[in-house]
Design a protein around this ligand. Structure first.
Ligand code: SER
Length: 582
């Protein structure tokens, strides 16, 4: 079954059951600055899950474009894609578990209207219960009423079977469906089930979320006004299942592009590079068609990274940087997707990608000059995005020896740091994101800068905590602040607040941020690319620059009057200040 047929069967199946088909929303969220992209089908529907009336009614079905770029390093394996399509049916305070489960089962197994999958190859999970919600007996009974044997239903904890889009918003227990990719997995114990999933002998194909709860600041705070259903079936995975392939790269969605890369690369072909080019060029196409252009921050930065990573992989395959290989690869996707997404036929897309390819070629040339000056290959890789393969090649041409072992050691350490910290880092260390805390967060940056200016340039931040009422900073300092120092610090912060400084976020390689002396928390670990907040005047002269994920106000004039409440010792050489905005 072709991918087009799968999409249309899904939509029709639910249309026949009273659902209205809605088009995919843009990849860039319209009214939600807290996320860069729609990462799940539910994101554009959040207001309706919270109770606002949807113009199309209470039953909806769609195929939503999604982009997830949190785990770019995983791309190239069988299951991760930076772009994917999520098929979903939605109940906005209408039907609940019974119809959801019945229809999921029917769509999966019906030959006439659905996918016609063999029930003997299906497995199911349900929520095992915790302090927020009980064991989902109802879901279990419903699956069993459809003929699913009890031992094929596995109860799992919240970690696996509680779905929420993040720390805030609608959420709830879920029930997932899995498919045996090999055809002979058979019955499994719970341990066997977990193991088979790891080995990709079985894969998750659909998730039914019973969205009747709400989360705030990472905690479930209670029930929503209405009981909703959010289901998500990844088109890429279902297509792989339907075409008997281990991965979507071998399906009608992606195999054509993979083959043409193979042809072009010839002997230098390697599967991972080809997969990355395929994945990233498709994402670039969809992002640009939704209005994103390459830039140094936010969505534009992600796009730029995708294009550059793809260019580098093309280089790995021996393809010249001058070939515009990524933009040409993208063109091959236009035919595959244009019937479903007419926005990708926009002819600017090719130009935007190929311009970016040219720009990157220039960046690489700069890196080359640095290289000729004898710059460490590690710095070249992290600051200029200069691939080690290229460095090695050039070094060989010029008869220079490169210490590859030293390079790999530094890179491994660097990557380890970026993986462990990227998730936490971008949260920015705040209790929650309401306006009061955001203002205090900006004041916190200003306080650190003022302490360094008034008391000592050696002061370093050792910890921070912000609530709605006050900010708290721990910092290194060898003495109790005098009343005069406290007064001067307060005055300086208030003076800068009045000056109406701009608060500007910039993303840059870690090494560059370190070079310009951006403040980082002592002992914290940071990813390869960091976001830095500058508090600066019109001329761009900074009062403060700090590694931080935000959020912040955009101008200090929004802050009000700053006041230190308390200054005290925490431990030897570490002091603490609590302060407020009035
Ligand atoms: N929101 C759920 C998911 O993304 C179901 O659509 O898996």
């Amino acid at each position: 079954m072709q991918s087009n047929e799968i999409r249309s069967r899904f939509l029709k199946f639910f249309e026949h059951r009273g659902h209205k088909i809605i088009p995919s929303a843009s990849l860039v969220p319209e009214n939600d600055p807290s996320v860069l992209f729609n990462t799940a089908g539910m994101q554009p529907l959040v207001p309706y899950l919270l109770g606002q009336e949807h113009p199309m009614g209470k039953r909806i079905v769609d195929v939503q474009k999604c982009v997830r770029t949190g785990d770019l390093e995983d791309i190239g394996d069988n299951r991760h894609f930076s772009f994917f399509e999520m098929m979903g049916n939605w109940s906005l305070g209408d039907y609940f578990k019974e119809d959801t489960i019945k229809w999921s089962y029917e769509f999966l197994t019906s030959k006439e209207e659905g996918l016609g999958l063999d029930p003997k190859r299906l497995y199911f999970t349900i929520f095992e219960g915790d302090e927020n919600a009980p064991f989902d007996q109802e879901a279990k009974d419903l699956w069993m009423s459809l003929g699913v044997p009890e031992h094929r239903i596995y109860a799992l904890p919240a970690e696996d079977n509680w779905w929420s889009p993040g720390d805030n918003g609608p959420c709830g227990p879920c029930s997932e469906m899995f498919y045996d990719m090999t055809g002979d997995v058979g019955d499994l114990t719970l341990e066997g089930f977990i193991e088979a999933n790891k080995k990709e002998d079985i894969i998750e194909i659909w998730n039914d979320v019973f969205m009747e709860y709400e989360k705030e600041n990472g905690k479930v705070i209670g029930k929503l006004k209405q009981k909703n259903v959010d289901t998500g079936a990844g088109l890429e995975r279902i297509t792989a299942v339907m075409q008997g392939k281990k991965t979507a790269y071998e399906t009608d969605l992606l195999s054509g592009v993979m083959n043409s890369i193979k042809e072009k690369a010839g002997e230098k072909y390697n599967e991972r590079s080809a997969r990355i080019i395929t994945d990233h060029s498709r994402s670039a196409m969809f992002l640009i068609s939704d209005g994103v252009i390459p830039a140094n921050k936010d969505q534009g930065y992600v796009l730029r990274r995708l294009i550059r990573r793809a260019v580098m992989q093309a280089h790995n395959l021996g393809i010249s940087l001058k070939d515009h290989f990524v933009s040409n690869t993208m063109l091959a996707f236009v035919d595959i997707y244009k019937d479903n997404y007419p926005e990708i036929t926009n002819s600017n897309i090719f130009k935007i990608i190929s311009d970016e390819e040219d720009k990157f070629a220039t960046t690489l040339e700069h890196g080359l000059k640095e290289f000729e000056k004898g710059v460490d290959p590690f710095i070249l890789a992290t600051t200029y995005g200069f691939p080690i393969e290229l460095t090695l090649e050039l070094a060989q041409e010029k008869g220079i020896k490169i210490d590859v072992e030293d390079f790999s050691k530094k890179m491994t350490e660097h990557q380890k740091l970026s993986q462990t910290s990227s998730a936490g880092m971008f949260k920015g260390g705040l209790a929650n994101h309401n306006e009061k805390t955001i203002r205090l967060h900006t004041a916190h940056h200003m306080l650190l800068a003022a302490l360094q200016e008034v008391v000592s340039p050696d002061i370093k931040q050792k910890g921070s905590n912000i609530t709605e009422e006050r900010l708290r900073i721990d910092f290194t300092c060898d003495h109790k602040l005098t009343d005069e120092e406290k007064k001067k610090v307060e005055d300086l912060v208030n003076e800068k607040i009045k000056a109406g400084l701009n608060v500007v976020r910039r993303e840059m390689p870690f090494i560059e941020a370190e070079k310009i002396g951006a403040q980082m928390e002592f002992g914290a670990k940071y990813p390869e690319v960091v976001s830095v907040y500058f508090i600066e005047d019109e001329k761009g002269s900074p009062f403060s620059k700090e590694f931080c994920g935000g959020p912040h106000v955009s101008n200090t004039s929004e802050l009000g009057h700053f006041k230190i409440l308390k200054e005290e010792a925490v431990s030897a050489g570490v002091r603490r200040i609590k302060a407020i905005l009035e």
